[in-house]
Design a protein around this ligand. Structure first.
Ligand code: SF4
Length: 361
């Protein structure tokens, strides 16, 4: 017989009353839960909702996703970042169709055999879509339960994650697994925030160590990250007969499958123009002369920041060859938006389209 635990019951009741409306919550079929969980990694709910709706309109079933061209999937994902998630989803959809006839497996271990599905995502899917009692341990859960149980170890350490998984496992078995996991994540997102948690409205406050001991400012313990490096990148907007040259990044690279303007990282000893000329020659075989700078944009990735300078370029000699990319393409500026680009390159495209005055090259 399952004996109810007071704080678990409070959590479930609170979740049922206060959960925010999300499109995947009204119909938690495994495909929807899978897509939502992949999108929600490192990304806020409000950002994900329009992407989720668009993605499901474009690829309503796992079969439609498996059949799709990767470029269309990346285009649908454009702007959401962490593009390996989209590539993995596409690969995994093909496997689900081929191996399981389009039915996502329900078991925690089996889900983790699919590309891009780690323990966190697998736990979320198996518990929300299949009601299997596997606890999710994400950043929200780490924060809530290091406070709730008074755990003073660095939450960046894998062993804290493992400990919480073990400690939560018996409790989720006393509950509806979907409400239990979603309740904790919802609590972490809406009440037990990193700073100034709203303890007075919290269903766990009666048993919460940090609340009772006034330790919400000191928990969780989290070591500082190393400073993020900053790279200066220079790229060429290379013109020929009103078209611009773009390169498709290799599938195996970061941002693989997305398109970009040829260019690369500036060396300490060279000017931005020299960087463009060197990189374009290395990547495409074209010798170019750098003209005026069109714009400079900034973008932050997880592990580094970039400032990207874009220069108009004139071809001096050579025939373009994809030395460092999967493909090169000449494209009219007004068609640039038909291809998937990383966000920093999208900012350049916006600048190009807003000026749309091709230089006299
Ligand atoms: S009582 Fe406060 S610190 Fe404790 S879990 Fe709730 S919101 Fe977080």
């Amino acid at each position: 017989m399952i004996v109810p635990v007071a704080w678990v019951t409070s959590l479930e009741n609170w979740f049922q009353k206060h959960q925010r409306l999300m499109p995947w919550r009204s119909n938690p079929n495994p495909y929807y839960v899978w897509i939502s969980e992949m999108m929600l990694q490192q990304t806020q709910v409000d950002t994900v909702i329009p992407y989720f709706n668009r993605f499901l309109t474009r690829f309503p079933t796992v079969e439609s996703l498996a059949r799709a061209d990767l470029q269309d999937v990346l285009k649908c994902w454009e702007g959401l970042g962490y593009y390996s998630r989209a590539r993995n989803l596409h690969k995994a959809a093909k496997i689900v169709v081929e191996k399981w006839g389009g039915m996502l497996p329900s078991e925690y271990e089996e889900l983790q055999t699919l590309p891009g599905l780690g323990p966190y995502c697998a736990a979320a899917i198996t518990s929300i879509a299949f009601l299997n009692p596997i606890p999710v341990v994400d950043g929200n859960v780490l924060r809530v339960f290091t406070r709730f149980w008074g755990i003073f170890e660095d939450i960046r350490l894998p062993k804290v994650r493992e400990t919480l998984f073990e400690q939560l496992s018996p409790f989720i078995k006393t509950a509806n697994p979907s409400h239990f996991n979603q309740g904790i994540m919802e609590l972490g997102a809406t009440l037990c925030k990193p700073t100034s948690p709203t303890c007075k409205n919290c269903p766990l406050k009666a048993d919460c160590f940090a609340h009772k001991e006034n330790k919400t400012d000191t928990l969780p313990v989290k070591s500082k990250k190393a400073p993020v490096p900053h790279h200066v990148i220079a790229v060429g907007i290379i013109w020929k007969k009103g078209k611009i040259l773009v390169a498709k990044r290799k599938e195996t690279q970061m941002l693989g499958g997305l398109w970009e303007f040829p260019g690369g990282k500036k060396k300490a000893t060279e000017s931005l123009s020299e960087t463009v000329e060197r990189e374009v020659l290395e990547e495409t075989g074209l010798a170019v002369k750098v003209k005026n700078e069109h714009c400079a944009v900034k973008h932050t990735y997880t592990h580094f920041k970039i400032t990207l300078h874009a220069f108009h370029c004139e071809i001096l000699s050579g025939k373009e060859q994809p030395h460092c990319s999967d493909e090169l393409k000449w494209i009219l500026p007004q068609n640039l938006e038909t291809l998937p680009f990383p966000t920093a390159n999208k900012k350049i495209i916006t600048e190009i389209l807003s000026s749309l005055q091709s230089p006299n090259l």
